[in-house]
Design a binder for this molecule. Structure first.
Ligand SMILES: Nc1nc2c(ncn2[C@@H]2O[C@H](COP(=O)(O)OP(=O)(O)O)[C@@H](O)[C@H]2O)c(=O)[nH]1
Ligand SMILES: [Mg+2]
Length: 240
């Protein structure tokens, strides 16, 4: 079994080296399956690419690589990176390692048990979360809206810590089309639930200790527009 871990990265010179080292050190403790860490970079104007070059020399090609992708967003970078490398299971997580790495084996176990998607959740009773009140309220309202509009039984749509199997990649991710910022997470969950794919949500330990790269007002507006696009496309049968 092979796991492909994708970390999207855009102007991450401050943290990318330390965090790639951390992920690789952690993954070296995972002996039951093979894995590859792929950084899906795009559009960085800082030292990120230089650092990634250095890391490529440090680590064996089998376990680490990066790609500078012709992507316009976090979601597009993840989608392209996932399709660029063959594996059995596909995971994405954020460069700031907001979600504790100890949950990676839980995602893998869930997929091995037969779930099609296993997703980190900051909204379950046993989740341990440190995030700002503003962020908490916006994400609560957003999740509620999507749950009601699509009768979706998922508590946290947008946690940057998710894994899927190959069937989900080929039947769901292939069809996603609203890729601004991180919206693919929401679209893939709506489409997966609609098709009866098995989704497992797991509580995670999550902390938010730096300023987000996203502008909350802009992201909220674009997400609301995208939700309506997905609703319309479902009604008109525009997804396969
Ligand atoms: N490839 C790529 N990654 C991005 C882009 N924008 C943000 N990211 C990455 O998405 C992840 C989440 O970003 P972050 O600022 O932590 O957002 P947060 O989810 O609001 O905390 C990080 O790994 C970023 O480097 C982008 O345009 N392209
Ligand atoms: Mg973050």
């Amino acid at each position: 079994m092979k796991l492909l871990i994708v970390i999207p990265a855009h102007n991450e010179e401050k943290i990318i080296e330390e965090n790639v080292n951390k992920v690789i050190d952690f993954m070296k403790t995972q002996k039951d399956y093979s894995w590859h860490l792929l950084i899906g970079e795009n559009g960085s104007s800082d030292e990120t690419i230089k650092i990634l070059d250095k890391l490529s020399k440090k680590y064996a090609r089998k376990i680490f690589s990066y790609k500078s992708l012709p992507a316009r967003s976090k979601s597009e970078a993840i989608k392209r990176a996932w399709f660029s490398t063959d594996a059995d299971f596909y995971l994405h997580m954020d460069a700031d390692l907001s979600t504790d790495l100890k949950h990676i084996p839980k995602l893998v176990n869930g997929l091995s048990e037969g779930y099609d998607l296993v997703i980190g959740s900051r909204a379950m009773k046993t989740s341990e979360v440190e995030k700002s009140l503003k962020r908490g309220i916006i994400s609560f309202c957003y999740n509620l809206l999507v749950r009601v509009l699509f009768s979706l039984n998922v508590k946290d749509l947008q946690c940057g810590f998710k894994a899927i199997n190959k069937r989900t990649l080929n039947e769901i991710i292939k069809q996603t089309k609203y890729l601004s910022e991180g919206f693919m997470d929401t679209e893939m969950l709506i489409l997966s639930a609609n098709k009866g794919f098995k989704i497992k949500e797991i509580p995670v330990k999550w902390k938010d200790d730096r300023k987000s790269k996203f502008n909350i007002a802009r992201v909220t507006t674009s997400f609301l527009k995208n939700i309506l696009n997905v609703k319309r496309d479902l009604i008109l049968g525009r997804y396969k």
